[in-house]
Design a protein around this ligand. Structure first.
Ligand code: BMA
Length: 297
C-alpha cells in the first residue's frame, strides 16, 4: 500500500465560500481518459455541497470546478448533500448521497439517489435527473449501487446502523429485500459500525469491496471484502486487519480526528486507487496492488 506522497490532493479553498472549511469523502470514477472526483465540500454556512475535480492519472489534479456541481434542492436535504458515491451504469452516472435536514430537535439523514447521462457528465453539463429517496424517512447512510444487475435486479449497499445491508430493486425507485448481511465484529477495529466505501469491483474471484469500520474509540479505518459473484450477500473473505488506518497528521488531526473514510475507488492496470477523506477535512488517495487486497491462497 502506498499513500500518495502529494497527499492531500484536495484542500479547502478559503476564497470559495462553499468549500472554504473542509473538503473530504470523495467519489471517483474513470470515464473517458480522466479520473473524475466528486467530493463533499463544507463552506462558511456549514452546509455540504458537492465539488468536482479531475485528474489525468488519478493523482495530479488538473481541473477543479470553481462552483459546486450539486447542491441541496429541497427540504429533505436543506442541511446538506453529503458523501457522494458514484457508479457508472451503462451510459449513466448514478450517484447515491446522504440527504440531511434538521427539525427543531433532531437531524434527519437518509439516502438519496440521482443520475446524469455520461455525455452530460463528461461535457460538464450538470443536468442531474430526479432525486429519489429509496428508503424514505428511514435513517440510513453509505448507499452505493452495484455497477451491474445481479439476477436481473439492481443491488445497493446501505447501512442501517450498525450493519452493512443490501436492498434490491427493479426500477431504482422501489427497493425490497432490505436486510443486513454483515455485522460489526467484536474486539476488532470494526466493532462499532460498518459501511461500504466505493462501488464494488468485479473480478473473476468475486466482488472486491472496500468498507469502513469504526472502533469503540471512534477510529475510522478501511477494510476489504471479497463477495460471491452471483450472490454478493455471501462473504468469501473479510480482512482481519484494516487496509488503512489513520497514521499521518492529515488523517489524525482535523475536524473529526482519526478518520479515514472512503466513498470511491478506481481500478487502473491492476492497481486500486482508493480516495478518502482525512479527518473529515481533506481529500487523499492511497494505492494498492490488486493482489495485496485478495485473500492469500
Ligand atoms: C460518518 C459520515 C461521514 C464521516 C464519518 C466520520 O457517519 O458522516 O461523512 O466522514 O462519519 O465523521
Amino acid at each position: 500500500m502506498r499513500r500518495f506522497q502529494g497527499n492531500p490532493i484536495l484542500q479547502p479553498i478559503i476564497s470559495n465560500k462553499w468549500e472554504s472549511r473542509r473538503v473530504f469523502n470523495a467519489a471517483a470514477i474513470k470515464v473517458g481518459k480522466n479520473v473524475h472526483i466528486l467530493y463533499r465540500a463544507i463552506g462558511n454556512d456549514g452546509i455540504s455541497r458537492i465539488g468536482y475535480a479531475s485528474s489525468p492519472d488519478g493523482y495530479i489534479i488538473n481541473e477543479r470546478s470553481p462552483t459546486p456541481i450539486f447542491r441541496p434542492k429541497n427540504n429533505t436535504e436543506n442541511y446538506g448533500c453529503e458523501d457522494p458515491r458514484v457508479t457508472l451504469f451503462n451510459n449513466e452516472v448514478i450517484m447515491a448521497y446522504t440527504a440531511l435536514t434538521e427539525t427543531d430537535h433532531e437531524q434527519i439523514y437518509q439516502i438519496a439517489l440521482t443520475s446524469i447521462s455520461a455525455d452530460d457528465f463528461l461535457s460538464k453539463q450538470w443536468k442531474w435527473n430526479e432525486r429519489l429517496l429509496p428508503f424514505k424517512g428511514i435513517r440510513n447512510k453509505d448507499g452505493v449501487l452495484f455497477p451491474k444487475k445481479i439476477d436481473g435486479k439492481y443491488l445497493m449497499f446501505h447501512r442501517l446502523e450498525p450493519d452493512m445491508c443490501v436492498a434490491y430493486s427493479d426500477d431504482l425507485k422501489r427497493w425490497y429485500d432490505i436486510k443486513s448481511f454483515m455485522r460489526p465484529r467484536t474486539k476488532s477495529w470494526d466493532c462499532w459500525k460498518i459501511g461500504a466505501a466505493g462501488p464494488p469491483i468485479e473480478l473473476n474471484e468475486g466482488w472486491l469491496v472496500i468498507y469502513h469500520g469504526v472502533s469503540f474509540e471512534k477510529v475510522y479505518s478501511l477494510g476489504v471484502l471479497l463477495l460471491d459473484r452471483d450472490n454478493p450477500e455471501t462473504i468469501l473473505h473479510r480482512s482481519e486487519a484494516p487496509i488503512l488506518t489513520p497514521v499521518t497528521d492529515y488523517e489524525r488531526f482535523g475536524k473529526v480526528p482519526n478518520t479515514v473514510f472512503s466513498c470511491g475507488n478506481v481500478l487502473i492496470n491492476d492497481e486500486i486507487l482508493v480516495y478518502y477523506g482525512g479527518a473529515d477535512s481533506v481529500v487523499c488517495v492511497a494505492t494498492y496492488e490488486l493482489n495485496e487486497l485478495m485473500p492469500r491462497k
